[in-house]
Design a protein around this ligand. Structure first.
Ligand code: NAG
Ligand code: NAG
Ligand code: NAG
Ligand code: NAG
Ligand code: NAG
Length: 314
């Protein structure tokens, strides 16, 4: 880690030297090759016959993915999959969660397994508020997350209890669910460590085991975007690990996923939106806006487009 930080420091220094006007290196700061976009330390290369090389010249173990308007060639040790807000609060049926969000869970798990198999980290970024976050939370956010129009039901409020089948706490108990029930303390709305802030269903096991196994990393966030402001825990990790390229999935595609993708794009990361592991409760037009712009900012693909290539690289 120390060595890596040193090399980041050096590359930052050489980048500054490259860009200083009048420095001997300044004339080389942008390539004369019309297929190269960027400076010698941070560039894409347009490939003959279409497609893009995003590896910044580190081609060992590179993986070529057949995405629409691609293909794209990625460097697995600088690429991550980011899963956003697939939490009980947004997905559990007893909390009014989104059935479309629940429907993408099997596909999301397949994608997680494929990224891990190809040696790429899986990053989870979820709402996970602290008392300090509550004090600093702007009124607009507090209003937006109130369920009854008063400040009593917003972030940090106690969500009470629900009854779920003991055999499957990710669904609601009903007359037709088999076996005994159990009562769950839902916890305070989107507070760190609460039940409602945990990943929903089988994603919880994936996250807990993935983090324990060292393939996955978990980052709390306190806004829709996991990349807002000067920095966030996830951004710090991405910088520390020299990441360049990020794939995105989760809920809602037009809110937290879009916010995180857009901030990542603004901060200079390569962004790829994965359609079939993203969902929303918003009107169709909201997804159309995201689809249109995500394709301009980077690429859009379905995980089904890339699974075979990822598994082939495993
Ligand atoms: C790019 O072209 C300019 C003008 O011909 C030249 O001065 C410069 O050295 C070239 N840069 C590289 C990296 O080849
Ligand atoms: C990524 O892997 C390549 C070759 O496998 C290596 O040269 C490079 O230093 C690695 N980069 C990082 C950031 O670990
Ligand atoms: C579980 O809860 C549901 C919904 O309240 C109820 O219909 C069902 O009878 C309960 N099952 C048991 C075994 O108590
Ligand atoms: C974690 O590692 C164990 C033991 O190698 C393995 O059985 C399990 O599938 C792994 N789980 C995840 C989520 O990677
Ligand atoms: C993903 O698949 C859906 C359903 O087949 C399709 O409508 C959508 O256009 C696909 N997305 C991309 C980026 O190809």
């Amino acid at each position: 880690m120390r060595l890596l930080n040193l090399s980041i420091g050096l590359s930052w220094l050489s980048q500054v030297l490259f860009l200083l006007p009048g420095s001997p290196a300044a004339s080389q700061s942008l390539s004369n090759d019309s297929n190269v976009f960027g400076n010698p330390l941070n560039f894409w290369t347009k490939l003959d016959g279409g497609g893009w090389d995003l590896t910044r010249g580190v081609t060992a173990n590179a993986i070529t993915l057949p995405v629409p308007r691609g293909p794209i060639t990625i460097q697995p040790n600088t690429t991550a999959l980011v899963i956003i807000d697939m939490q009980n609060y947004f997905l559990h049926p007893s909390l009014g969660g989104d059935p479309l969000g629940r429907a993408i869970v099997p596909t999301t798990i397949n994608a997680i397994h494929a990224f891990r198999a190809a040696g790429m980290p899986v990053l989870w970024t979820n709402w996970g508020l602290t008392e300090f976050d509550l004090i600093r939370m702007p009124p607009a956010f507090l209003k937006g997350f109130s369920s009854d129009g008063t400040s009593k039901t917003t972030f940090g409020s106690d969500m009470g209890r629900i009854v779920v089948p003991q055999s499957n706490p990710s669904i609601s108990a009903s007359a037709s669910t088999p076996g005994p029930n159990m009562t769950v303390e839902v916890g305070r709305l989107l507070m760190r460590g609460s039940w409602n802030a945990q990943p929903w269903g089988d994603l919880l096991t994936e996250q807990v085991q993935g983090v324990a196994n060292g393939t996955d990393f978990y980052f709390n966030k306190n806004r829709l975007s996991g990349m807002w402001g000067p920095s966030t825990p996830m951004q710090q990790w991405l910088e520390d690990h020299s990441m360049t390229t990020i794939f995105f999935g989760g809920v809602n595609i037009d809110q937290c996923v879009w916010g995180t993708l857009l901030d990542s794009y603004y901060k200079g990361y390569d962004v790829i939106l994965l359609d079939d592991i993203s969902a929303t409760t918003s009107p169709r037009a909201a997804t159309q806006m995201v689809d249109f712009n995500a394709a301009l900012n980077g690429w859009r693909a379905n995980t089904t487009d890339i699974l075979e290539a990822l598994m082939g690289a495993a």
